[in-house]
Design a protein around this ligand. Structure first.
Ligand SMILES: Nc1ncnc2c1ncn2[C@@H]1O[C@H](COP(=O)(O)OP(=O)(O)OP(=O)(O)O)[C@@H](O)[C@H]1O
Length: 262
């Protein structure tokens, strides 16, 4: 399939006199799995927020799931997009249970109110939590979970509406080594699933890129350094420019590793 899920043309985001993104042109086609990589402050989260329709570009145009931003009702579009990010997690109401946090994704809302859910919704939420190794957390309050548990529950929530586009903002941040490896393996299995949505994942580390991710976009200071197929983008030249220091890069058993060049 070659349908365009996301098409940004010359996108810029300006806040308080600063260019968070400049001239970003990026096309994501159906079934592609993208990783967005860059140093702190590069604009990765800003780019993901634009893709999630949570932030409107200051300049340029954004077409998301075939709809032109500024000419469409984003509230209709949002349930078609799954997002897991710290910005969303911060807004979870204190008493919200894991089950309700996952269920409410069907309406792209945070905080269960008086919405009706069918038994099929409950079954799907339980199934997703189980698939992410969180079955035993279903009745817990989200606020009481560990960082690793939160990350996995957020991915279950992001998958709940059976989204056409799945956006994951630093899913492995704050996880210990075992937690990171477990998550990277789960994401590799998801990437390998032909029924899984088109994906974009933000990270600082090439080591966190799951096997099966097909494309990469490197950002530095709000600008695209390189984009395209992972093998062509993850070169020492591109990664060194992106992170601002000479880097050596290698690939082993489907995983990438980078370190300062000696
Ligand atoms: N409202 C704002 N006004 C001014 N600058 C902002 C605003 N919001 C974000 N920024 C700046 O924009 C830059 C990009 O932020 P963003 O969160 O997108 O980067 P990031 O690549 O996700 O960073 P990190 O890896 O540290 O999470 C940062 O330098 C940040 O300080």
């Amino acid at each position: 399939m070659t349908g365009e899920v996301l098409q940004l043309r010359g996108v810029g985001v300006r806040r308080e006199g600063a260019d968070l993104l400049s001239e970003v042109t990026w096309t994501v086609n159906e079934n592609e799995r993208w990783v967005i990589l860059g140093p702190n402050g590069a604009g990765k989260t800003t780019l993901l927020q634009v893709a999630a329709t949570l932030l409107h570009p200051t300049t340029g145009s954004a077409q998301i799931l075939g709809e032109e931003m500024g000419r469409t009702d984003v509230f209709e579009l949002r349930p078609r997009i799954g997002i897991a990010s710290a910005a969303v997690a911060e807004k979870v109401p204190a008493g919200e249970t894991v089950l309700d946090l996952v269920l409410t994704a069907s309406y792209a809302i945070l905080g269960r109110w008086q919405e009706e859910y069918e038994s099929t919704d409950l079954a799907r939420a339980a199934e997703l939590l189980d698939a992410l190794g969180c079955a035993d957390l279903i009745k817990r309050r989200f606020a009481t979970l560990s960082e690793g548990e939160r990350k996995r529950v957020q991915i279950a929530r992001a998958l709940m509406p059976d989204p056409e586009l799945l956006l994951l903002d630093e899913p492995a941040a704050g996880l210990d080594l075992g937690g990171r490896e477990d998550l990277v393996a789960r994401l590799a299995r998801l990437a390998d699933d032909p029924g899984a949505p088109t994906m974009a994942l933000v990270t600082h580390h090439v080591e966190e890129v799951p096997d099966g991710f097909t494309h990469a976009l490197l950002l530095r200071r709000g600008q695209v350094v390189a984009q395209g197929k992972v093998d062509e983008v993850f070169t020492p030249e591109h990664l060194s420019t992106c992170f601002g220091l000479p880097l050596a890069v290698e690939r082993q058993d489907g995983r990438w590793y980078a370190r300062a060049a000696r």
